[in-house]
Design a protein around this ligand. Structure first.
Ligand code: LIP
Length: 276
């Protein structure tokens, strides 16, 4: 594993973002029966704690980079504008795994991505329930609680795979479970956690070797995709195209040991079906 010495200014900035994520995590773990609001789509919820954490993150991160713009899941700040692809833009998911949070099903995480000129530059994903802090700086490696992490180099058949059900988009469920059914015999077993950011961090730290979901939002993948990439993963949409970092996308995160995209993904793509 290549020795990496982080640039001092980057170290200071990522340490500030991590400290703010820990405080946000405390707001999450100390919440008591927060008010729940329904959003568009099947079982798509927001709680007053999601909104409280997002407001807290914007106020504190604005002090770290005064000129930064913000894109966050809550409060109607969910459209990626041209302005956000210039300079610094923080992409926030105050609680990734909101349904988990509502039902006290673990984990839920705080996800903070920093884009520079529209490209992933820094990332923090914090699980406050297990005090697990994932972080990465582009080109400077991925870390868990300060220790460098790399994804597993073992083949899919000797590993777990994790997937997201894209519950808000009922038109995608038939394809999701068709892929899952064909993926199961190719691995040891499947898992479903309820948070895309946590799932990709699990691939980054070597707990499982593949994660997929047919549609997630920019704030679900922006941070965890950089952490996974810096841990040697290949993170694309399910067809193998680079993630846009401009809006919703399908996601496929493969550990170092999963060299090819399993055929069950390629043949599931409607317009590709004729080709396979
Ligand atoms: C969640 C994702 C999860 C997905 C859920 C939801 P949220 O994000 O992390 O992978 O299956 O549908 O999108 O809404 O809890 O921030």
């Amino acid at each position: 594993m290549k020795i990496i010495v982080m640039r001092e200014d980057n170290q200071m900035m990522i340490d500030s973002i991590k400290a703010i994520a820990i405080e946000a995590g405390n707001i999450m773990t100390s919440a008591v029966r927060p008010k729940i609001m329904a959003k568009e789509g099947h079982a798509n919820f927001c709680t007053e704690t999601d909104e409280k954490i997002q407001a807290f993150l914007i106020e504190r991160l604005q002090a770290v980079i005064p000129e930064a713009t913000f894109l966050g899941e809550e409060d109607g700040q969910d459209v990626f504008t041209e302005k956000m692809s210039r300079g610094f833009c923080f992409v926030l998911d105050p609680i990734d795994g909101t349904s988990n949070f509502i039902y006290a099903y673990r984990p839920s995480v705080v996800s903070i991505a920093l884009l520079k000129e529209g490209k992933p530059y820094m990332a923090v994903v914090y699980n406050p329930f297990d005090d697990m802090m994932f972080s990465a700086v582009s080109g400077e490696g991925a870390y868990l609680n300060g220790e460098r992490i790399m994804s597993a180099d073992t083949p899919l058949k000797n590993s777990l795979a994790v997937f997201g059900t894209a519950p808000y988009y009922t038109d995608l469920q038939e394809r999701t479970f068709k892929i899952a059914k064909e993926l199961l015999p190719l691995c040891v077993d499947l898992r479903r956690s309820g948070t895309a950011a946590w799932d990709m961090c699990c691939v980054a730290m070597g707990c499982c070797n593949l994660y997929f979901e047919l549609k997630i939002q920019l704030w679900d993948y922006a941070a965890a995709a950089l952490i996974a990439s810096e841990a040697g993963c290949t993170v694309t949409d399910i067809e193998g195209n680079p993630l846009s970092y401009k809006g919703p996308s399908s996601a496929l995160c493969r550990a170092r040991g999963v060299k090819e995209i399993p055929e069950c993904f390629l043949k599931s793509v409607p317009h590709k079906r004729e080709l396979v």
